[in-house]
Design a protein around this ligand. Structure first.
Ligand SMILES: [Zn+2]
Length: 236
């Protein structure tokens, strides 16, 4: 029911872009993690330097297990960098750390889209978990010819659209964090303009994965609307 041919048609562009983005992010990361930053900064040092320079001194920066687990936690005002980023002085490490520091700067400056994203997180989490169940129930009811089916399906689709809204808000937040990172790294002399080009490749590839996720979300939403007959594609 979820993985039928129609769904595949709808979801294919998103899946292809996601696969391409995954390939790009892996290859860009692998490449840039072999190139040491000439100024010798580690990821943690670059983030710390950047936060001090832009008015957020003394923010906690901790290592965290795993790969690509790097994130900024706005609740505890802590930057968590994966072990491969925290202590490494590669351009990949410095770029990723600076991106996460970019989120900390957004938080300190109450960047409106980050505030919106923060408000959407709990709602989007609940909606994301519930929507699958309700959509599935709606499709089963619809297939069984129950009158309620369409209403249940639409309620599920409405919930799912909240998660897509979250992705749409998240996208410019991610782009902005990468933009801040690259400006800061060059401005602070942590990387040279030539090194910045390697950092750009890593951060652009990461942005592409967010873009692919958002596209997949939008296409899945369109598929649900099609299934529910709202796009006029399917009879009751
Ligand atoms: Zn980010």
């Amino acid at each position: 029911m979820f993985f039928n041919f129609t769904y595949l048609l709808f979801a294919l562009p998103g899946m292809l872009l996601a696969a391409w983005a995954q390939y790009k992010v892996t290859s860009a990361y692998r490449r840039a993690s072999q190139i040491p930053c000439q100024q010798g900064f580690t990821g943690a040092e670059a983030a710390n330097h950047m936060l001090n320079a832009y008015g957020v001194p003394g923010l906690g920066i901790e290592p965290i297990a795993g790969e690509m687990t790097d994130h900024y936690d706005p609740q505890s005002k802590t930057l968590r960098l994966s072990e491969g980023v925290y202590g490494s002085n590669s351009l990949a490490a410095v770029g990723i750390a600076a991106h996460e520091a970019g989120h900390a700067l957004q938080d300190a400056q109450r960047y409106p889209l980050l505030v919106t994203r923060g408000a959407l997180v709990p709602v989007a989490n609940i909606a994301g978990n519930l929507s699958w169940f309700i959509i599935l129930a709606g499709m089963v009811l619809l297939a069984a010819g129950a009158i309620l089916g369409k209403a249940v399906l639409l309620a599920g689709v409405g919930l799912f659209s909240v998660t897509v809204l979250f992705q749409l808000v998240n996208l410019p937040v991610e782009f902005d964090a990468s933009r801040r990172a690259r400006v800061a790294l060059v401005e602070q002399g942590i990387v040279s303009p030539a090194e910045d080009q390697e950092v750009k490749k890593v951060l652009d590839a990461a942005a592409l994965t967010y873009l692919a996720g958002t596209l997949t979300g939008i296409l899945t939403l369109l598929y649900y609307l099609y299934e529910s007959g709202l796009l006029g594609g399917r009879d009751e």
